[in-house]
Design a protein around this ligand. Structure first.
Ligand code: NAX
Ligand code: ADP
Length: 482
C-alpha cells in the first residue's frame, strides 16, 4: 500500500511541477472508507513531509485507521466532507482517493468545483472497475495512477473518457491475480514500440528501399478523401507514394499532391509480381497498400484490387474498402480500420448481427469478432481506438482529442498507417516477407497515437480540420523519431 501511495504522491508532485513549493499550493484528498482512501492518506502524509500544504476530507462513514495515524503524525488534519467545503474550492490539486477497485455503482459522489485538477488514485471514483461504465457524477481525472496492473474498466466503455492519462505502477505483487489481456498504448509506449521496431537499415537507402505505398482510393463522388490520405502519407515522409484513382480525378490529385506517381491496373499487377521476386532490402515496386478512402462502393475499381487482396503485402483497409475486403483466411497481413457503423457492416457480412449500441457497450468483444472473422487486425475508431488481433490480444489508444471527430480525419489516419506499413525499417518487409499480426497491431496503435498527437497539437492552436492535421504531421513525426 505504501508503494502505491509513493507512486501517487510522486505523480501529484509531477502535476504540480513546482519545487520549491509555490505559496498557496494546496493538495486536497477526498478520502473514502476503504483501502483506496488509505492509499490517499499515505500519499498526503508523504506530501506533508515534502512541504506541501494538504487537507483531507472524509467522504464515508470511516477511514483507514493506520493510514490516518500516519497522516496525522505528518501534521495533516482530516475534516468531514460537506458540499461547501472551503479547502475544495481552494485546492490546487484534488486527489480522488474515494473509491477504487471496491467500487459498486450508485454512490453519492462529491461535487467538485468546475475546472479542478484531479489525480485519481487507482481508478476515478464512480467508474466501474470491470465494465468501464461511469456514473453520471464520476470524478473526471486529468491523470490516473493505477496500481499493480491495468484494470479493464479503465480501457473499456466510458473508462478512457474519464481517466485522463494513465500510469500503471507495477507493485511487488500482482493483486488482480491475472495478467491484463488488454494493454494501453500511450505516447511513451508508442515511442518505445517504434524504437523497438526500427532497424539499422534506416540509413543509406534509396526511396524504393525506404518503402513505397500503393494507394487505391478516390472516386468522382469523393475526390477529396484520396487527396487527404495521399497528403498525409507524403507529410509522414513516405519513400514513394503511388496512387490508383479514377481517371477523372487524377488531374486534381496530381495538382494537390505533386509528389505522387500514378499507378494503373497493369502497374499494380507488375508490382505484385515484382514483390514475389524481390527479397528483403532490395526494394519492391510497392511495399504496402492503403485501400479504400473515397472509393465509391457502387462502382469499385475492379480487376487488380482483388489481386492486391490476394497478395502477401501488408495493407490498411478503410472506408469503402471495407465493403470489398473478403472475409475468411488470407495470407495478406491486414489492418481494417472501421468506425462503429462500419464494424457493424463488417460483422453483418460475416454473418453476425449486432447493433451499434451493443458495439459501443462492449467494443473489444465485437472488434475481436471481426478480427477473427476476417483474420485481420481490426482498429475500431472512435473517441477511443481499440485494436484487436485475430488471437484476441488487444491494445487500446486513448491518446486522442475530441476535435478529431471531423470529416476526413479517418483518411488522415489511413495515410499515417499506410506510411508506417510501407516503411521497411519498421516492418522489415520489402518483398516476399510477411509481417506478423503482432507487429501490424502495434504499428496500428502507433498510427492512432500519432493521429491523436496531431489532433491534440491542432486543438491547442485553434479549430481542427483534416488539412490542419496533415500540415502538422512533419513536426509530429519528428517527435516520434522520424
Ligand atoms: N492488495 C490490494 O488489493 C491493494 C489495493 N490497493 C488499493 O485498495 C483499493 C481497493 O480497496 P478496497 O477493496 O478497500 O475498496 P475501495 O477502497 O475501492 O472502496 C471500498 C469501500 O467503499 C464502499 N463502497 C463501494 N461502493 C460503494 C457505493 N456505491 N456506495 C457506498 N459505499 C460504497 C465499500 O463498501 C467499501 O467499504 C484499490 O483501488 C487500491 O487503491 C493498493 O493499495 C495496492 C494493493
Ligand atoms: N469523439 C472523438 N474523440 C476522439 N477521436 C475521435 C472521436 N470521434 C472520432 N474520432 C476519430 O476521428 C477519426 C474519424 O474517422 P472516420 O470516422 O473514418 O471519419 P472520415 O471518414 O470522415 O475520415 C477516427 O480516427 C476516430 O478515431
Amino acid at each position: 500500500m505504501k508503494q502505491a501511495a509513493s507512486a501517487l504522491a510522486a505523480e501529484a508532485v509531477d502535476m504540480l511541477g513546482e519545487q520549491p513549493v509555490a505559496p498557496g499550493t494546496l493538495v486536497v484528498g477526498l478520502i473514502g472508507p476503504g483501502n483506496n482512501g488509505g492509499d490517499g492518506l499515505y500519499a498526503l502524509a508523504q506530501l506533508e513531509d515534502q512541504g506541501y500544504a494538504t487537507a483531507a476530507l472524509q467522504c464515508g462513514p470511516s477511514v483507514h485507521s493506520d493510514a490516518l495515524s500516519v497522516y496525522e503524525s505528518a501534521g495533516g488534519r482530516i475534516a468531514p466532507y460537506s458540499q461547501d467545503n472551503q479547502p475544495l474550492a481552494n485546492a490546487t490539486l484534488i486527489i480522488d482517493a474515494l473509491y477504487g477497485l471496491g467500487y459498486r455503482s450508485g454512490a453519492e459522489l462529491p461535487r467538485i468545483p468546475r475546472g479542478s485538477r484531479v489525480l485519481a488514485c487507482d481508478l476515478p471514483s464512480g467508474l466501474n472497475p470491470e465494465t468501464g461504465v461511469a456514473d453520471d457524477k464520476v470524478l473526471l481525472a486529468e491523470r490516473t495512477v493505477t496500481f499493480g496492473a491495468m484494470k479493464s474498466g479503465l480501457l473499456t466503455g466510458d473508462g478512457p473518457l474519464v481517466t485522463g492519462d494513465i500510469t500503471v505502477v507495477p507493485l511487488d505483487f500482482d493483486f488482480t491475480g491475472q495478467a491484463p489481456r488488454t494493454n494501453l498504448i500511450d505516447k511513451q509506449a508508442a515511442l518505445q514500440l517504434l524504437d523497438a521496431h526500427r532497424s539499422w537499415r534506416d540509413a543509406g537507402r534509396h526511396k524504393y528501399q525506404r518503402g513505397v505505398l500503393g494507394l487505391i482510393a478516390g472516386s468522382s463522388l469523393y475526390p477529396g478523401a484520396a487527396q487527404l490520405t495521399a497528403r498525409a502519407a507524403v507529410n509522414c515522409g513516405v519513400g514513394l507514394l503511388r496512387t490508383h484513382v479514377p481517371e477523372d480525378i487524377a488531374p486534381l490529385l496530381a495538382v494537390a499532391v505533386p509528389e505522387t506517381v500514378p499507378l494503373d491496373d497493369d502497374q499494380i499487377r507488375e508490382a505484385l509480381s515484382s514483390a514475389r521476386r524481390y527479397v528483403h532490402g532490395r526494394g519492391a515496386k510497392i511495399s504496402s497498400w492503403a485501400i479504400g478512402p473515397g472509393l465509391d462502393s457502387r462502382t469499385p475499381p475492379t480487376g487488380a484490387i482483388a489481386e492486391v487482396f490476394a497478395s502477401r503485402q501488408p495493407a490498411v483497409i478503410d472506408a469503402s474498402g471495407l465493403e470489398l475486403v473478403p472475409a475468411g483466411p488470407s495470407e495478406q497481413p491486414r489492418v481494417l480500420t472501421p468506425h462503429a457503423k462500419e464494424l457493424r457492416m463488417l460483422l453483418r457480412r460475416a454473418g453476425v448481427t449486432v447493433t451499434i449500441e451493443e458495439i459501443t457497450a462492449d467494443p473489444i468483444r465485437w472488434t475481436r469478432w471481426a478480427a477473427l472473422s476476417y483474420n485481420a487486425v481490426v482498429l475500431l475508431k472512435g473517441p477511443t481506438n481499440y485494436i484487436v488481433a485475430p488471437d484476441g490480444s488487444s491494445l487500446v489508444v486513448s491518446h486522442t482529442a475530441p476535435q478529431l471527430a471531423t470529416a476526413g480525419s479517418g483518411d488522415v489516419l489511413t495515410g499515417i498507417l499506410g506510411y508506417l506499413l510501407s516503411d521497411s525499417s519498421l516492418t522489415g518487409v520489402n518483398g516476399v516477407q510477411t509481417v506478423s499480426n503482432r507487429r501490424m497491431m502495434e504499428l496500428a496503435a502507433c498510427a492512432a497515437v500519432i493521429h491523436g498527437e496531431a489532433g491534440r497539437a491542432a486543438a491547442a492552436c485553434g479549430t481542427v480540420n483534416a488539412s490542419r492535421l496533415i500540415e502538422l504531421l512533419p513536426g509530429i513525426m519528428k517527435r516520434f523519431g522520424f
